[in-house]
Design a binder for this molecule. Structure first.
Ligand code: CTP
Length: 307
């Protein structure tokens, strides 16, 4: 086994927003296309480790963060209880030579760089941090109730971002389709792209604001219930009044392994076997069904002093 093509990335992954997904994707792309034994292991810190090193508690529980990270399509394997200060022997045990991290410095409880030892050993790789999103920023939006008025403008920058996030599990090959509902008029173009009959497609529509494991669980349920050959098409409304912008919501949903196509601002529902609304009681009955925006907001308000 070539440990150079088994990479490790670790973090709190609180909210597991598209900035985290961007780091996971960039890490995955460091493994050359077609490398058979290539793998990206995502280590997630538990609540106690975060509390000890950062002081505050993450908004999302370790169980929620574990499952959300596991659902990321570029993550080959999710490792629970990853140490806050990255340890070479933990990477050795998983046959990974390198740890990957964004170009920001993370410090432990003593103010020391969590990656110093790995850097000194030449086992540290850096990727570019995504600007404009962070857990702190999302908490700030929630505390100040800053809702977006932005509609999705699909310019060159946005198309580039969407295409990067539309790759498959290897981070290179095209996988997912993104259509603009207004121009795609739903069904025909989605069917054409997959060359599948409507019977092989299932559709779900919603805002997907603060994309969380409660949403992902519903996507997974649709995927599993309809068999491996079925494609899942997600319609995302560009509704104003969400905490995340339409582009942010699309990028988050695109990082999810259960999603095959996204229609932005759907105007016509694709002609499919089944069509669902997000949070339909028949879908929202899993382990994380308790999770919604108000639960997250209340957690933040209750812990306000820490943020
Ligand atoms: N990361 C990134 N872009 C962001 C936020 C995080 O590339 N906007 C990267 C970090 O550099 C790290 C990984 O995502 O490699 C996991 O970060 P994590 O430890 O969860 O959190 P922070 O770096 O503290 O970021 P945030 O405040 O958003 O949680």
């Amino acid at each position: 086994m070539d440990d150079r093509n088994r990479l490790w990335i670790d973090g709190c992954f609180d909210f597991t927003h598209y900035g985290h997904a961007g780091a996971i994707l960039q890490a995955r792309r460091l493994i050359p296309k077609g490398t058979k034994e290539g793998a990206l292991l995502c280590g997630v810190h538990n609540d106690a480790e975060i509390h000890f090193n950062k002081g505050g508690r993450p908004v999302m529980t370790e169980c929620e963060r574990y499952e959300h990270t596991r659902s990321n399509k570029w993550c080959t394997e999710m490792i629970e209880d990853a140490p806050y200060v990255t340890q070479p022997d933990v990477l050795d045990a998983h046959h990974c030579r390198y740890v990957v991290h964004g170009d920001d410095i993370t410090t432990d409880a003593n103010g020391n760089d969590c990656y110093q030892q790995m850097k000194d050993m030449g086992r540290f790789l850096v990727v570019k941090r995504t600007e404009g999103v962070s857990t702190t920023d999302i908490i700030h939006r929630i505390l100040t109730n800053t809702k977006t008025t932005e509609s999705l403008k699909v310019g060159r920058r946005e198309i580039e971002a969407l295409n990067k996030f539309a790759t498959g599990p290897d981070g290179h090959s095209p996988w997912c389709y993104v259509f603009e509902g207004k121009i795609a008029s739903g069904a025909a173009i989605v069917h054409g792209a997959f060359e599948l009959s409507p019977q092989d497609m299932v559709y779900i529509e919603g805002d997907f604001d603060l994309f969380h494991i409660g949403h992902i669980e519903q996507l997974a349920k649709l995927r599993q219930a309809n068999g491996p050959g079925t494609r899942l098409v997600v319609g995302i409304k560009t509704t104003a009044g969400c905490l995340m912008t339409p582009l942010e919501r699309v990028l988050s949903v695109l990082s999810c392994r259960h999603v095959d196509a996204i229609v932005i601002e759907p105007t016509v529902k694709p002609d499919v076997r089944q069509s669902w609304k997000l949070d339909d009681p028949a879908l929202k009955n899993g382990k994380f069904a308790y999770l919604d925006t108000s639960v997250i907001v209340n957690r933040i308000l209750a812990e306000r002093a820490h943020y």
